[in-house]
Design a protein around this ligand. Structure first.
Ligand SMILES: [Cu+2]
Length: 114
């Protein structure tokens, strides 16, 4: 079953302060221009790093067999059951790190807002 969660306004306050680059070598974190992120099997956000225009609404869809969450730094946590999705609007430019609070070791991602 699929249920649309109303878009939530991203709290502008927090995430803006993050330093941009993560300093790691390697091109694996190359941002992908999309507003769709899937939680794929198993315990992964795909793509892990995305890039969107300010004002965009990003939708996460859970395709995994487990419940996950999307917790953007400085905002409330959103639980996403199997087959469900959550949408968050990013109005302010910045680099927003997020995590699944249930699997924070494995499931992290980044939204770069231009
Ligand atoms: Cu998870």
């Amino acid at each position: 079953m699929r249920r649309n969660v109303p878009a939530l306004l991203a709290a502008a306050l927090a995430a803006a302060a993050l330093a941009a680059g993560c300093g790691g070598a390697g091109a694996s974190a190359e941002p992908v221009a999309t507003t769709e992120v899937e939680m794929v099997k198993s315990y992964r956000f795909d793509p892990k790093t995305i890039e969107v225009e300010a004002g965009s609404t990003v939708t996460w869809t859970n395709q995994d067999n487990f419940t996950h969450t999307v917790d953007v730094e400085g905002q409330e946590d959103h639980k996403v059951e199997r087959g469900e999705q959550v949408s968050i609007t990013f109005d302010q430019a910045g680099t927003y790190e997020y995590v699944c609070t249930l699997h924070s070791q494995d499931m992290t991602g980044t939204v770069v807002v231009k």
